[in-house]
Write a protein that binds this ligand. Structure first.
Ligand code: MIC
Ligand code: SF4
Length: 650
């Protein structure tokens, strides 16, 4: 039977289950990646499993998210990460070496392999023909221990690309067109597979940009074929051996088809406050802009930087403009230093930022009050920039650079005095792995360094027979993990759960943590009630660990996004689906809820039964769905995945 690319890779890694959309399967993971913000917890969890060394083919630990180092906390995290990497057989990419997804694409990605990363933009690797999936840190810790990754076998949507992009139209506009069509919700357990004659016109970094922002649609991952373009990219990276051809068989089945004529696309923007709120740049042209930031794992490749440099060359940014540029990796930075691009940027008035996530996660460069900020990254959730009132628009590097000069949003297709930046072919990238530390064979001799900021993952208790408690918060639709667990200025507390927990829902309801902890201390549960698409965005498992620490026992939502759903199960919080809008309207904050015979109800849910939740405040009973696998049901009952794995390994 002919196979699509996704099922080819999945079938060669399948450990359990059948390849049928919707079925529970588990796959072997070849490569893992972590970053510092999710990595400390992942390695603490890995340590608690008790293995001497990682068991998967390649594990890489990147330091890229929090490199601001205000106070000792970040630096302590970096030390811990470096020492645990050396001790456990993990490659360590030091701060300054670049953003995990960009560096992984350049130096480690391998066609046809599986990659699991504790970051939701891990699917960037799909640009090299990998099945690259984002997950919580605990899932990645287990993959490093050689445990197969449990997942739902995805449905596969073919996105067929035709033709070629016009000058000034870029890969960012392709994925914005995809986002416009599919939206940010309702795409769980789906893979976007790119095919068609247009594929060969796109470079690997362009393909990576498209796969990267598939995460915003909520898909499991996105994948491109590995073809001659891929081969040339890997050869230019000095890694010809990482090439293995991959394409769909003739007549391969797909669950859906979306066709895009690349030549008909025009520059676009995702408007505040969602990557799915897509408009044409022509509709926004002329809007005053205060800040432009170019970089992030979406658009910080060498070609992106060269194009920006060509647009900025010989020009100066607007007088009241702040332009920041963060090259995606040390490789990119060294190459633009060597070819003169950096000088063009500096001459134009750009502020050169570290090769790190930085501004994208609201770590610095917060815009001024009410500012309009144009950015090339992938998320513009309200408040993520660090400024609650800022209006963030996501655009291509070309539009960003032109607008930085003009001080207003510029529609490049309406300009006839500016030459398009053209293609950027590269025969050979500058490869210097000097900022990577490869682990020694005798890692057991390495002392793991733990500063006072490095805590322990909190313990989770097994499920009680009766779960009784209160709705501690009720929220609406599209609550992101940035709402649940803010990053930015709070990021440095990722390794200190008791302290980080005091910021849960900080920008939604700053008193939540006090209420929830008080209920916990009285021996009662907290419940979170939410609308559609709860937990979109990041893979941060802290959005489950910290609520767990505060005593949250169930999230009841109209729908829950894939990675967050898995994280909730991993930490023993029931992900319940509210079945009707009326039920959602009926349950209010402060209501007293009871789940009787909870473990038996969880088991019955596996046979399709609804979980009964009694509302003592209004006398109603709600039947809620618990869409979990048998393994997840078991971990919920035992009090989380770590308890489960310890008992299995004992
Ligand atoms: C993000 O873009 O939101 C992050 C920060 O990279 C997160 C990971 C994290 O919260 O540490 C992600 O996308 O998974
Ligand atoms: Fe880093 Fe931003 Fe990419 Fe997340 S989306 S990995 S914060 S650059």
């Amino acid at each position: 039977m002919p196979l699509n690319m996704t099922y080819k890779v999945l079938s060669s890694h399948l450990v359990e289950g059948r390849l049928e959309a919707g079925a529970a399967i588990s796959i072997r993971i070849d490569q893992t990646l972590t970053q510092d913000a999710t990595g400390t917890m992942a390695y603490l969890q890995f340590e608690s499993i008790g293995l001497d060394r990682v068991r998967n083919e390649l594990a890489v630990s990147y330091v890229d998210h929090n490199t601001v180092q205000v106070g000792f906390e970040n630096a302590d995290d970096h030390r811990y990460l470096q020492s645990v990497a050396a001790a456990k057989g993990i490659v360590f990419s030091r701060a300054g070496n670049g953003i995990c997804h960009q560096v992984h694409l350049e130096r480690f990605g391998e066609c046809g392999k599986t990659l699991l990363g504790s970051d939701s933009h891990t699917p960037t690797g799909g640009g090299l023909g990998m099945v690259a999936i984002g997950a919580g840190g605990l899932d990645v810790a287990l993959a490093m221990a050689g445990v197969p990754f449990p997942m739902v076998c995805p449905r596969v949507v073919e996105i067929r690309l035709h033709g070629r992009l016009r000058p000034f139209v870029s890969a960012k506009d392709v994925i914005l067109a995809v986002l416009e069509h599919f939206g940010v919700k309702g795409n769980v357990n789906t893979v976007f597979e790119y095919n068609g004659d247009g594929v060969s016109t796109l470079s690997v970094p362009e393909r990576a940009t498209i796969c990267n922002m598939g995460a915003e649609c909520g898909v499991t991952c996105s994948i491109f074929p590995s073809d001659d373009v891929t081969r040339s990219f890997l050869e230019a990276q000095g890694r010809a051996e990482a090439f293995h051809g991959l394409c769909a068989d003739e007549g391969a089945p797909y669950d859906d088809l979306f066709e895009i004529d690349l030549s008909s696309l025009e520059p676009m923007a995702a408007c505040p406050h969602s990557p799915g709120n897509v408009k044409r740049i022509s509709q926004l042209a002329g809007m005053k802009v205060d800040q432009v930031l170019i970089g992030s794992c979406t658009n910080s490749s060498y070609a992106d930087m060269v194009k920006v440099g060509r647009i900025l060359e010989g020009r100066r940014i607007a007088a009241d403009m702040s332009l920041g540029i963060a090259p995606g990796s040390r490789q990119v930075l060294m190459m633009i230093t060597r070819d003169g691009t950096l000088e063009k940027m500096e001459m134009a008035g750009a502020r050169i930022l570290e090769s790190a996530c930085g501004f994208c996660i609201g770590n610095h460069q917060s815009p001024s009050t009410d500012a309009v900020s144009l950015r090339t990254n992938n998320r513009n959730f309200e408040g993520r920039s660090g400024t609650a009132s800022a209006q963030v628009y996501l655009v291509s590097p070309e539009v960003a650079a032109l607008s930085a000069i003009a001080g207003v949003i510029v529609d490049p297709l309406a300009q006839d005095d500016i030459e398009a930046p053209g293609d950027v072919p590269v025969d050979s990238f500058l490869c210097d792995d000097g900022m990577l530390s490869f682990p020694p064979e005798d890692g057991f001799r390495v002392r793991i360094i733990r500063g006072p900021n490095i805590g322990q993952p909190p313990k989770c208790d097994p499920m009680t027979d009766t779960i009784r408690g209160e709705v501690a918060i009720k929220v609406g639709d599209k609550i992101t993990t940035d709402h649940i667990m803010p990053a930015g200025a709070r990021l440095k507390y990722r390794s200190n759960i008791p302290l980080y927990s005091t910021f849960v829902f900080e920008n939604v309801d700053p008193d939540f943590h006090v209420r929830s902890a008080a209920l916990r201390d009285e021996g009662r549960a907290s419940f979170i009630v939410a609308g559609w698409s709860y937990g979109q965005g990041s893979s941060r498992e802290h959005a489950a660990i910290c609520p767990m620490y505060l005593g949250v026992k169930a999230v009841m939502a109209l729908s829950i996004e894939r990675i967050h759903q898995a994280n909730l199960c991993n930490f023993g919080i029931m992900p319940l689906t509210i079945v009707t809008q009326e039920d959602y309207d009926e349950i209010c904050q402060g209501h007293e809820l009871v789940i009787d015979d909870a473990p038996s109800q969880v088991r019955r849910a596996l046979e399709g039964g609804l979980v009964e939740v009694r509302d003592l405040t209004n006398g109603r009973t709600y039947g809620m769905r618990l869409d979990v696998t048998a393994q997840q049901a078991d971990m919920l009952i035992r009090g989380g995945r770590l308890n489960q794995i310890r008992e299995e390994m004992a």
